[in-house]
Ligand binder design. Structure first.
Ligand SMILES: NC(=O)c1ccc[n+]([C@@H]2O[C@H](COP(=O)([O-])OP(=O)(O)OC[C@H]3O[C@@H](n4cnc5c(N)ncnc54)[C@H](OP(=O)(O)O)[C@@H]3O)[C@@H](O)[C@H]2O)c1
Length: 217
């Protein structure tokens, strides 16, 4: 499969690196063609790895992964080009966070989400929100955390969610640990988990944890 991973931060490089290890073709997308971090990543990530602009990455991809800050996700996807997203699965792993005066702020929040913003702006893309509730090392290796903890998927398109569940399976999330929360509106709730996640990080002192939903029946 050909993936565009939009974002050269730790998340983009970690997801892109694992995808390349799994044998996929990956282009790490950036605002500029000659981003040194992306070029270095591509040199180290094997034969199927390349670096390019957001548009170059998305144009050749079958699946586009959004791994930039949630507040700039629309800008990255506009740079990628609507025509390069048409009909494609767009996997949004972003969180709409910023620290203002030392305080965490989410925007959008409660009445909207980045996942919904992306789906509205690119109605022909098949947006799936997932993986934003765990650290990027756990995203690609859930065995770092023992137990039957889960990963959430949200999105309007059932076949896109099925395809993303397959990808999650390649990362090590078996189907029974992929929790479908419904339409893309439920991106609100997974994006609003971030304050809890950050408090857990502060209290546990590390990022290798996840939420496990236990059912009574
Ligand atoms: N850290 C984690 O483990 C974790 C876990 C779950 C979710 N997330 C989420 O994953 C996303 C990526 O996080 P990250 O820390 O790896 O990266 P990041 O620092 O949030 O984002 C880096 C990327 O954002 C791009 N960017 C910055 N400003 C931009 C703008 N105005 N327009 C377009 N693109 C812009 C940069 O482009 P250039 O390459 O051109 O510089 C770069 O590729 C975030 O939404 C984060 O909340 C992170």
């Amino acid at each position: 499969m050909r993936y565009a991973v939009l974002g050269t931060g730790e998340v983009g490089r970690t997801l892109g690196g694992r995808l390349a290890e799994l044998g996929h073709e990956v282009t790490l997308g950036s605002r500029s063609k000659d981003n040194p971090t992306a070029l270095e990543w591509a040199r180290g990530a094997g034969a199927g790895a390349q670096a390019g602009t957001f548009a170059e990455a998305a144009s050749s991809a079958e699946v586009v992964v959004v791994a930039v800050g949630g507040r700039v996700a629309l800008m990255a996807l506009e740079a990628a080009g609507a025509e390069n997203l048409d009909g494609k699965v767009v996997v949004d792993v972003s969180n709409p966070m910023a620290f203002e005066d030392g305080e965490l702020r989410l925007s959008p929040v409660e009445s909207d989400s980045v996942g919904e913003q992306i789906q509205r702006a690119f109605p022909r893309a098949r947006v799936v929100k997932t993986l934003n509730t765990v650290n990027c090392k756990v995203m690609v290796d859930p065995s770092l955390v023992p137990g039957e903890h889960q990963i959430f998927v949200c999105g309007a398109d059932a076949s896109a969610k099925e395809q993303v569940s397959g990808l999650l399976g390649e990362f090590g999330w078996p189907p029974h640990r992929v929790l479908d929360l419904g339409g893309i509106r439920s991106a609100r709730s997974v994006e609003m988990l971030l304050p809890l996640w950050l408090d857990l990080l502060r209290n546990l002192g590390h990022a290798e944890f996840n939420i496990e939903v236990r059912r009574g029946h």
